[in-house]
Ligand binder design. Structure first.
Ligand code: SF4
Ligand code: SF4
Ligand code: FES
Length: 540
């Protein structure tokens, strides 16, 4: 173990750790302002915002010798005996000068800039800048040019930290961005005819410490201080990236990656970032309906009140005879567990199956290992485990559809929740003989049209619960927005059908599941923000 001194405080560093001056200061509870350094990319030490005093302590004499010049903390390793001073007058003066230099050339766009409220130039100016402005204000010039389909550049706002350039070289590996020109004329640009159009491109907007890179999708739609941020998990594929959902009054405006070293580090793909638009689609189903016998042998749709739905559904299923439930890989672990428990509470032999697992193309792997999976659902593994443990044999969608031809089911519950079309007419026709067909979904489908109970279901950002990703990591989340009027979130409905007391609570329910199903045992003490690895309890 090494000892590093930060502002007189002794900080321990483990033998297997490699920290720089910014990271060791953070461990000491101090912030060293920085623009160009990012923990996920190479160090260039170009912005000079992180300048600190550095030195060494002589282990024999205990004497501390400081370097005459300031050093960039991002490029100074914190080794045994290193000394850092982050708050001296000399350091404060250097930060103020760096800020002043940047602001001489930076337009004061804050009133119209998307980054206002989360901009490092703005924040550092108030915290570390000069008390007074000594140069003229630069008038707003707004040189703006698109870099690709999703990202736009406000040239004059750039502080030339080159984070975006390094991202395209080191993380996406696509190298579209470059620094054009030299000296005071340096600008970020793309080579003509080669725009920034890779599937990771949205990350450069998050990386940009100022408002130079704008997300075209989000541009001018909200001021950041009007939004609430919620921790969630992307449902775009089985990678299950940790995300932030930024919303205002139950409307999602932006999805950003949430740092999780176990899953997605600092990144997410554009499929996930922009793949939430269906949540606010006018096509969303919002009216629970049931088919009633208007005249003998003829059914007619009628509105079903949610207050009456549990009794009506329960009554129909209890009379139906043999039951089956298709658990969508878009359900949370908790929802799949409750639905399985519910159908089994009526028919202990009820068949449990996993809904269709949508696959698109091949996995897309980036140089740093980040992978967009071909499997476009967030929780196949979690739902499969539930079916495995509560259902006996693991029945997939195709097996279940084949079984429908051989076996008669009185009641079948199908949960959907797919953001796009997932079932065709021919497959839906195979459910024709089911006496009581219950379909829960977000959008119309051939199966929805055939259902005796049509129940509008929720989107991922409207649910609370847990998903198990491709690598068996279970992550839990709370709901970010409320569903549209007329939609009841799956978990709440199942909770009511099981007549459980109180409100549906995902975290409590996960505790119950972890005690009952050994595969989820690692989640018993609670699920931390980065999730838990379910494999820890498995024998090698
Ligand atoms: S556009 Fe943003 S991220 Fe790129 S160099 Fe400029 S300030 Fe840095
Ligand atoms: S890789 Fe998958 S989980 Fe991650 S952001 Fe993209 S779609 Fe979402
Ligand atoms: S963060 Fe250290 S020089 Fe830029």
């Amino acid at each position: 173990m090494s000892i590093v001194i930060v502002n007189g405080q002794e900080i321990e560093v483990g033998d297997d750790e490699q920290l720089n001056g910014i990271e060791i200061a953070e461990r000491a509870g101090l912030e060293v302002p920085h623009y160009c350094w990012h923990p996920g990319m190479s160090v260039v030490a170009s912005c000079r915002m992180c300048l600190v005093e550095t030195g060494r302590k002589n282990p024999e004499t205990g004497e501390i010798q400081m370097m005459p010049k300031l050093s960039p903390a991002c490029q100074t390793p914190a080794t045994d005996g290193s000394v850092f001073v982050t708050n001296s007058e000399k350091v404060k003066q250097a930060r103020a000068m760096v800020e002043e230099d940047l602001l001489i050339r930076h337009p004061i766009d804050c009133p119209i800039c998307d980054k206002a409220g989360e901009c490092r130039l703005q924040d550092y100016h108030f915290e570390h800048g000069q008390g007074e402005r000594r140069a003229d204000l630069k008038p707003f010039t707004s040189r703006r040019r698109p870099l690709g389909e999703t990202v736009t550049l406000f040239v004059d706002r750039c502080v030339m930290c080159t984070r975006c350039v390094r991202f395209c070289r080191e993380i996406s590996g696509t190298s579209e961005l470059m620094v054009a020109n030299r000296g005071a004329h340096e600008e970020i640009d793309v080579f003509p005819g080669f725009p920034l159009n890779n599937k990771m491109s949205g990350n450069v907007v998050d990386l940009c410490p100022v408002g130079a890179l704008g997300d075209k999708d989000f541009l001018y739609s909200q001021r950041v201080w009007f939004m609430q941020t919620h921790d969630h998990v992307c449902d775009g594929c089985s990678t299950g990236c940790s995300i932030h959902v930024d919303e205002n009054q139950d409307h999602v405006y932006r999805i950003r990656p949430r740092e999780n070293p176990e899953v997605n580090e600092w990144w997410m793909c554009d499929d996930g970032r922009y793949g939430w638009k269906h949540v606010h689609s006018p096509e969303r189903l919002t009216e629970p309906m049931r088919q009633i016998a208007a005249e003998p042998g003829k059914l007619q749709p009628a509105r079903l009140e949610w207050s009456q739905a549990p009794d009506a559904i329960d009554g129909a299923l209890r009379k139906a005879g043999r039951l089956a439930a298709v658990l969508s890989p878009h359900l949370t672990v908790e929802e799949a567990y409750l639905l399985a428990k519910y159908v089994r509470s009526i028919d202990p032999q009820a068949v449990l199956a996993v809904g269709p697992v949508v696959q698109v193309g091949e996995p897309e792997k980036y140089p740093n290992g980040f992978t967009i999976q071909a499997e476009k659902c967030p929780n196949r593994r979690g739902v499969e485990t539930i079916v495995n443990r509560l259902g006996g044999e693991l029945l997939g969608w195709d097996d279940f559809v084949a079984r429908l031809e051989k076996e008669t089911f009185g009641g079948v519950w199908v949960s959907g929740g797919y953001p796009s079309a997932w079932i065709d007419e021919a497959t839906a026709a195979k459910f024709a003989n089911v006496k009581t067909l219950i379909v829960q979904d977000m959008f119309r489908s051939p199966l929805w049209e055939k259902a005796h109970f049509q129940l509008p279901g929720a989107a991922s950002v409207e649910r609370e619960g847990s998903y198990v990703n491709h690598h068996q990591r279970l992550q839990s989340f709370g709901w970010a927005i409320r569903p549209p009027a007329g939609v009841m979130v799956e978990g709440r409905l199942y909770w009511r059908l099981l007549q459980r007391p109180g409100m549906y609570n995902g975290a409590q329910l996960m505790g119950e599941i972890a005690r009952e199903i050994v595969d989820f045992a690692a989640a018993a003490p609670g699920v931390p923000p980065n999730g838990v690895d379910l494999r820890v309890n498995q024998l090698a």
